[in-house]
Design a protein around this ligand. Sequence first.
Ligand SMILES: [Zn+2]
Length: 375
Amino acid sequence: MRKNGGSNMQSLRLAILVLAAMFAGSNATIFGFDSGKTLERTVTKIADGIYTIRHKDAPDTFPQGNTTVIIGDREVLVVDSCYLPSSAREDIAEIRRWTDKPVRYLVNSHWHFDHTMGNGTYWSAFPGLNIVAHIETAKQSSGYNPGWFERFPRRGDRLRQIVAAGRDGNGKILSEGERKEYADAVAGIAPVQEEFKLVVDRFPNLTFDSELRLDLGNREVRVMYLGRGNTAGDAVIFLPKEKLLMSGDLVVHPVPYMFGGYPKDFGDTLRRLDQLNFETMIPGHGEILRSEKGRSYIRLLIDFIEAVTTQVSIETHGTGSGAANLPAVREAVQKNMDVASWRQKFAGKSKDEQDAFDTTFAAMITAAHSEINGR
Ligand SMILES: [Zn+2]
């Protein structure tokens, strides 16, 4: 039933570049996109009344977060509304084939666009909907998300400039493959922009601080905050009876998502995640991790994050803090860590995943260094 798309580094670089341009001048330090490329929508039945949907990337190459649907005897809870309203509509149509119970709760695992832009579509479809989020996520959503619609045309302008110039934002001449990737993204801008014209954005209206326990009718769901990591308000969703965990982007597989975020806290937050009694884990993006796969991946993430933050701390004390020292710190960290071994652990033999790893690794050094600087 499931089939994974390959991974593609160009789309990641492109997303970084374009989003960096869009966020210039704003306080956002985290970009709402992830590594890899998913070419096909797939649905996996996790248990009776529980389904996970993986979405194909948007036409403008933007990735979309996983959505999980949890059906109780009385009502339904959905985890993450994905990015495109058309994808959210497709998911809702399928939910209606699965059950006649209403969606009462939509949880936003965090504020990033690829997990929340479908909120308005759910809101229209299910009157009385509760959009659930951690209090920080609610704040960030209302701060950043409206600007997304305003900034959207700039994304197209920026991409078109790059294609016309034949060079990326750093002045690097585009390869044939990169040129095609940018051209594809330009072609995909118009339909996405058209969709967003009709969207009324909806923000969380039911917030929590540490934990929210919900009963959907013979089905208990715990929405929990375990500490900062990917954002300041990451929610994880845990079903104790089914031993099922949805991690949001605290866990992205097979290459982690570490652009911005809180590297110093990330390891401890993942340790708390590891303590939950789960057997199946659904990451924010990527395949469903069953039995020991999820747990061992979390432990690998903890080891990696702590190795990087420790090394960044050592090199920053040797070289100096301040943004001007970042290139020297990065070079020293890359020299003094066994990068090849870490790359192999996450990316294996896949060239695309290796490239994705290198990008996330560099971004993580930046995040850890800026955290030492107090941002
Ligand atoms: Zn995401």
